[in-house]
Structures are given as C-alpha cells and as structure tokens.
Write a protein that binds this ligand. Structure first.
Ligand SMILES: Cc1cc2nc3c(=O)[nH]c(=O)nc-3n(C[C@H](O)[C@H](O)[C@H](O)COP(=O)(O)O)c2cc1C
Length: 212
C-alpha cells in the first residue's frame, strides 16, 4: 500500500515571469480560465469558497463560477444556506481554483456583494427546468430526515409548476466577489514555484513576486 508521505510529483507544466503578467488581474484570470478550458480540465469553473462564521470558524465548499468581468466573480446559491448566512455577517471571502492538471492554482480574496434580483432572474431562467424545480425543493444546509423526503418535495414541486414558468424563489440568489487580492501560482521544478500577488491600490494593482 502506498504511503501518503510518498505521494508527490514534479511540476513541469510551465513557468511564469513578471513580463508574462497582464497589468489587470481580471485579464490575467480570463487568460488562465481560457487556457484551463482549452486544456480540457474537468470542471474548470469549480472554485472552493471559504467563509467565516460568527464564531470565527472558517468553512469551505465548492461552487461554480458563472460570470466574471472587471467588477468581480459571480456565483449563485441559496440565500439561507450556511455560506450565505456567514456572508451576511461577514462579507470577506476567499476562493480558490484548483487547476492541478496545469500545475496551477488561483486564489482570490475580497468581499461578497449580493446580486440584484434582475441579474439573478436572468441567470435562473437559463437553468434547466429540473434544476429550477430542485431549487424550490431543497432548503440548502438544513437538516433533512431522509432522501425520500427530498425526492417527494421535488415531485411535489414538479406537479405544482407543471405547466407554467417556474418563478424565482425569494431564497435563491447570487453574489459577486469583488477582489482586493489575487494570487497566481504556477508549480515549478524542485519546488521552486512562481507566485505572483496582485493587490488593489485605488484604481490600479501592484504586482509582487512571492517566495514559494
Ligand atoms: C462541483 C461542485 C459544484 C457546486 N456548485 C454549487 C453552486 O454553484 N452553488 C451552490 O449553492 N452549491 C454548489 N455546490 C454544492 C456546495 O459545495 C455546497 O454543498 C452547498 O452550496 C451547501 O453549502 P453550505 O451549506 O456550506 O452553504 C457544488 C458542489 C460541487 C462539488
């Protein structure tokens, strides 16, 4: 049986230098995301998001990035979920894209802002019908006695909304993460990785290389 301590590999995918970097972290991120998609990475838009509760306990989970532009990074979720309750109390969050197939990770820190209802509705309408129904059927993060109850609720909602359009639940929405720090990490040989940090400075960004 292989020992955990022996699991390791070298990182050969590439290197990163200061001249390669776009002055805008949003443009740099877009470039990396396009490369991740072109490389066929599974779930390239999946990101871990960490929040901190009232008791200062951090927790994290995966969500899907649904939009990104110079204003920030957007995801959708249940507004009564654990993450949303924690964001309501403390809007500082951290996200991480684990693109290990390219020896890369991108991490972002910033504040999460609630999206307006119009933007949420616009996205909700693009979701497959059964996903819209599932949104109604699940009280995300709450205790649930059995899977059968969840399925029963799904079919109850399916019948309820049988014909017409499915309305946007008031408890469902989205957040835009407005970054003030980014880090682009590219694995290097002999554990000599390249790390570049962008920090927001009023309307521009300062870029620093960090020791691996
Ligand atoms: C690949 C993947 C994608 C996911 N995408 C989302 C998402 O976009 N929105 C969401 O609310 N939950 C998503 N989930 C489920 C969350 O990880 C999590 O279980 C859920 O949001 C409840 O989290 P919370 O109780 O910490 O609030 C995803 C899970 C995985 C593994």
């Amino acid at each position: 049986m292989e020992q955990l301590e022996n699991v390791r590999r070298e990182y050969h995918y590439g290197s990163l230098s200061r001249e390669d970097l776009d002055p805008s972290p949003f443009a740099e991120f877009d470039h990396w995301m396009q490369q991740a998609m072109a490389a066929g990475i599974q779930d390239p838009t999946a990101m871990s998001i960490a929040t901190v509760g009232m008791d200062y306990r951090p927790s994290q989970r995966t969500v899907l990035l649904k939009h990104s532009d110079d204003r920030g990074l957007v995801f959708y979720t249940n507004l009564e979920s654990r993450k949303s309750l924690e964001i309501a109390h403390n809007n500082q969050v951290s996200i991480l894209f684990p693109w290990f197939a390219m020896d890369r990770q991108v991490s972002v820190e910033g504040r999460a802002e609630r999206l307006d209802a119009r933007s949420v509705l616009k996205y909700f309408l693009t979701r497959p019908r059964d996903s819209q129904i599932a949104t109604w059927a699940s009280s995300q993060s709450r205790k649930l006695d059995s899977r059968a109850l969840l399925e029963a609720e799904f079919f109850r909602m399916k019948t309820k909304f049988q014909d017409g359009k499915i309305p946007l639940p008031a408890f469902w929405g989205g957040y835009r993460i407005v970054p003030d720090r980014w880090e682009f990490w590219q694995g290097g040989e002999h554990r000599l990785h390249d790390r570049f940090e962008y920090r927001r400075k009023k309307n521009s960004w300062t870029i620093s290389r960090l020791a691996p």
